[in-house]
Design a protein around this ligand. Sequence first.
Ligand code: HEC
Ligand code: HEC
Ligand code: HEC
Ligand code: HEC
Ligand code: HEC
Ligand code: HEC
Ligand code: HEC
Ligand code: HEC
Length: 470
Amino acid sequence: MSRTTMIRPVNPQPARSTMPWGRLRVILLVALLVGLGFPASLLAAPPSAPANFAVTIEGGFVVFSWEASPEADVASYQLNFSGAASGLLDVGKRTSFSYVPPPTLGGGFRFSIAAVTSAGEASPPSNEVSFSFPADLPRFVGAEACARCHEQKVNDWRVSGHPYKLMPAREARNRPIPLPAGFTWDDISYVIGGYKWKARFMGLDGFIITRTGADRDVPGKNQYNLENNTWSDYEPGVQKPYDCGSCHTTGFSEILNQDGRPGIKGTWVSGGITCENCHGAGSRHAASGDPTAITKDSSATLCGRCHTRGAADSIPASGGFIRHQEQNNEFQASPHANAGLQCVTCHDPHKKAVFSITRTCESCHSQQAQDFTGSAMQRLGVRCQNCHMPKAMKSAIKVKDYVGDVQSHLVRINPEVTAQMFTADGLQANNAITLEFACLSCHADRDKEWAALNVQGIHALGKESTAMAR
Ligand code: HEC
Ligand code: HEC
Ligand code: HEC
Ligand code: HEC
Ligand code: HEC
Ligand code: HEC
Ligand code: HEC
Ligand code: HEC
């Protein structure tokens, strides 16, 4: 999987129009609107030049940043570049972007940035930066290059979910993933997911497929659910660009379109979460084995880059479940974050979840573990996680009442019968598991009142043998 995109002009028109008619049209439009009572100051002036434009290097990325022009009608920014190649590149409405340059880009580039209004009027250029792409910029070399010295890590990672997050069709077609009705593998560019919960599909144009059936005109039935082999509706009928690359790919840049497919926002070096997503571009380290030439970040912030939905201090919910992709939102609301644990305190980040647990609950909560050992539920195979980490989150399907398909990391159980899992509008979760979720997944024939009556001394429930031994 090598990148095929390069910095190149996507907008062949020069920044400032050389056609007097274009400018005249704008003046006439302004005159008309002023005549209609619009304040002239809002319409006439071109935006001011973006300030403090800078080009810096961060790992394998070249980072362009600037300050927003204050005018309200700025619609996007345009990078002006000259050197071995030259042109203009619309980079959208943002104030920074990172870019993984192809190895061939060399020295002698000059960059500046301009703000452009929705009417196409450009500001004067920012300060100009002279820049050479360094020959020794760390490169993304792929997991194969790590396997030579870290074979076990690569083998563990290969059977975990991270590498499979975004698969080109030529790889995905070898996995047991069915296609939506009306499509063959030749119609698919990428499969999104399809490892643990669900798969979605991208057409050759890079848009997510949202219409299916023989004539590909029926909205929905476009998400395949692995757990029960059903199809459900994801954004049925919507023209849905793939703007998900920041969490699903490695060496991601916000600009341009991968493989030139218009529906894909951004470009990447490889699909999926590879070693170098978490450890940074690894060419220098892989060449030398020097541990100081690679990064290792053991904080929950690293995982939270992707396992967070929206702001980490809220827990978005919908349809009676916490939404998926929120492990870090939940973790931050749990007693474990307060106590200074990180994700990797419990998880080996290279392993599939079920094989990844390096610290068990019992290893830290010895009192509860001792109480629980020999209890009725423990003897029948109930585990700490069944009550403390129930599937209160939903990714693909609701299994039944109070059972989604992703385990929660809130951990604390509120034993009150009046406790509410969600805010009144149902759009946020509170910060503890309630008894419906902790107990009724197994005790489906009971209710919350029953659970609340039985919660006292729950860990040691039915522990006759020890009681007699005392
Ligand atoms: C030529 C052998 C070699 C290759 C290839 C190699 N490494 Fe290493 N790596 C080492 C050695 C030696 C160490 C230090 C001992 C250890 O921690 O295993 C190390 C340590 C590390 C560490 C820990 C650094 C720290 O701060 O403790 C990380 C992370 C790492 N490697 C990642 C990678 C990744 C990712 C790749 C592929 C891009 C890679 N390595 C390729 C030899 C190699
Ligand atoms: C902020 C990071 C982030 C963004 C943005 C994001 N995802 Fe994800 N996605 C995740 C994480 C983390 C998971 C796995 C954890 C979970 O679902 O609880 C996931 C899981 C998935 C899965 C299930 C994978 C499987 O193997 O079952 C699919 C499908 C998916 N995402 C599709 C999308 C689509 C489509 C978009 C864009 C419209 C998107 N995601 C945007 C982080 C993200
Ligand atoms: C999802 C993020 C992530 C991915 C993907 C990942 N690592 Fe790591 N890696 C980490 C974290 C976090 C640590 C530190 C773990 C800790 O502190 O317990 C680490 C530690 C390491 C270490 C140091 C030894 C150790 O176990 O602490 C090596 C070597 C390493 N990783 C190599 C790799 C290789 C090779 C790959 C690809 C096959 C890879 N990693 C993929 C997050 C990741
Ligand atoms: C670049 C984004 C990203 C980062 C960083 C990241 N993850 Fe993930 N993670 C994902 C996505 C996306 C999925 C869903 C993959 C799939 O199932 O297709 C996932 C799935 C998982 C899974 C479940 C899949 C499995 O293999 O069983 C675990 C566990 C996990 N991540 C733990 C971690 C931990 C721990 C860290 C930090 C060390 C981390 N992740 C960092 C994006 C990320
Ligand atoms: C590395 C040690 C560690 C591991 C592993 C761990 N915990 Fe904790 N846990 C703590 C600490 C520290 C606290 C906060 C102090 C306290 O209340 O004991 C805590 C708090 C809690 C609380 C809230 C306690 C209260 O008084 O409200 C619950 C419930 C809990 N943990 C359950 C679990 C479960 C279930 C697991 C396994 C999935 C687990 N813990 C794994 C260290 C750990
Ligand atoms: C059958 C469900 C269930 C199982 C299994 C279970 N717990 Fe609990 N646990 C609870 C409930 C309910 C509470 C809340 C009790 C309260 O606040 O009165 C609780 C409370 C806790 C607390 C908070 C402090 C306390 O003792 O009240 C910790 C820590 C804890 N459990 C750890 C564990 C560990 C570790 C395991 C596995 C060895 C485990 N639990 C197994 C239901 C369970
Ligand atoms: C106290 C220990 C603990 C901490 C801290 C922790 N996890 Fe987990 N996590 C678990 C356990 C236990 C499981 C269940 C593993 C299994 O499938 O048996 C799990 C499962 C997961 C899963 C898979 C969920 C599913 O239902 O398939 C993901 C994803 C995940 N953790 C991500 C994270 C991330 C990201 C963080 C940090 C924000 C984190 N975890 C912190 C213990 C922990
Ligand atoms: C993973 C499944 C599971 C979960 C979750 C679970 N239980 Fe149980 N529970 C069992 C099994 C299995 C038994 C033993 C068989 C039986 O008697 O139904 C049992 C037995 C009991 C009993 C004694 C027998 C009875 O039905 O009166 C009580 C009381 C009980 N559980 C309460 C709870 C409470 C309260 C919770 C939540 C805090 C809970 N359980 C969560 C599986 C579970």
